[in-house]
Design a protein around this ligand. Structure first.
Ligand code: PMP
Length: 392
């Protein structure tokens, strides 16, 4: 035995995966009741009552079975109609759609079927924390395309083109954006679509915040001329429908991509939980849509109050036009994002996330989620304004 070389139990890919820069801060505050958290990207609403009741009824009727691997057909049909009505994209519920465990599973499956060793995956940054680690697990390489506050964190064709190499395969888009709240309009997308076509890229469009735009309506990248066949659209019920814990998401795209994703899902997951699927189906009925719109209006008024409060408190902040995050600058304090977030937490018990948790371009910013009660937002703003006084 002793002459055998010792092999490490855990693979280098798993070992080298970085710890999420968000989790660290949450561990820090557990059990501290004085803390106002602007950290977590989760609605403070509970799932609307009618949706919860539909789930209770289903449970009482004994709905505890597996569903088809791709999800209940009725749910896929309902999502298909919803997407067509709201975002002008058209997907066949049988061949081009699947229901997943949150959009997270859809993202994981997509990257597993699309990435080969050494492929480069373009991601506008600052960006959602999961893209790079999962890409790494698939032996791909993330190339972050830095966007800037000066351009409201929108992606430009020039920035994108400058990052393309012969290994570029996939572009991950996430608009409305976590963490910046940036949105892209039809006119913003046109030159991006041209680049996608020119370099024969495939696009993974994470549109989990698609319903949450304030002002102009969300434009799905898949709805851009010629882009449907080049795009996998990922979304879900967590954010706009206040259903994070139900874990229901979906992927829509060319059958060529959906079919292998479904194969992996079949072996590893079987199907998304039936009760979550029944709840999702209920939330797409008119009363669920009404509740979603009501929540969106509420985020919008909090956004207006919070962002103007941040500006008055001395935080330069571009106007976030989607999702439920503000991404103000703290560069003028001379602190790094991490130092700032740590000191703000220690000295005022307000939890924010350092911009560096979201990759390139995040230094000098903090992410604040305003999906929390207006009363708490007011107190947080007071504390943040007090904290800023020391920086003149
Ligand atoms: N994408 C983005 C941009 C997100 O912010 C999140 C949740 N924070 C997800 C995907 C995953 O959401 P879920 O798995 O709950 O659908």
């Amino acid at each position: 035995m002793s002459s055998m070389t010792k092999r490490s139990l855990v693979t280098p890919l798993a070992q080298d995966m970085p710890q999420s820069g968000i989790r660290k801060f949450f561990d820090y505050i557990s059990g501290r009741e004085d803390v106002i958290s602007l950290g977590i990207g989760e609605p403070d609403f509970t799932t609307p009552r009618a949706v919860r009741e539909a789930c209770i009824r289903a449970l009482e009727q004994g709905r505890t079975e597996y569903t088809p691997n791709a999800g209940l057909l009725e749910l896929r049909e309902s999502i298909s109609t919803y997407l067509e009505d709201n975002f002008r994209v058209n997907y066949d519920p049988v061949h081009e759609m699947m229901v997943t465990i949150g959009s997270s599973e859809a993202l994981d499956l997509a990257l597993r079927v699309l990435i080969e060793e050494g492929d480069e995956i373009l991601v506008p940054a600052p960006c959602y924390v999961s893209y790079s680690p999962i890409t790494g697990l698939c032996s791909g390489k993330t190339v972050e395309v830095e966007t800037t506050a000066a351009n409201s964190f929108k992606l430009t064709a020039e920035q994108l083109e400058a990052s393309i190499t012969p290994r570029s395969k996939l572009l991950i888009l996430n608009y409305p954006s976590n963490p910046t709240g940036a949105v892209m309009t039809y006119e913003d997308w046109l030159p991006i679509a041209k680049i996608v076509e020119k370099y024969n890229l495939f696009v993974l469009s994470d549109e989990i915040y698609g319903e949450l735009t304030y002002g102009s309506k969300h434009v799905s990248f898949a709805a851009m001329p010629g882009m449907k066949d080049r795009t996998l659209l990922i979304s879900g019920f967590s954010k706009a429908f206040a259903m994070t814990g139900w874990r229901i998401g979906y992927a829509c795209g060319p059958e060529e991509v959906i079919a292998p994703m479904l194969k992996i899902h079949q072996y590893t997951i079987m199907c998304a939980p039936i009760l979550g699927q029944i709840a999702a189906l209920e939330s797409l009925k008119p009363h669920g849509i009404e509740a979603k719109d009501m929540m969106m209006d509420s985020y919008n008024s909090r956004r207006q109050m919070f962002v103007s409060g941040l500006c008055q408190a001395g935080f330069p902040c571009h106007e976030p036009k989607g999702a439920f995050y503000a991404f103000p600058s703290i560069a003028h304090t001379g602190l790094t994002s991490e130092q700032f977030a740590e000191r703000l937490l220690e000295e005022t018990s307000v939890l924010t996330v350092p911009g560096t948790a979201f990759g390139k371009g995040g230094e000098g910013f903090i992410r604040c989620s305003y999906a929390t009660s207006p009363a708490k937002l007011e107190v947080a703003l007071e504390r943040m304004a007090g904290f800023m006084k020391q920086f003149g």
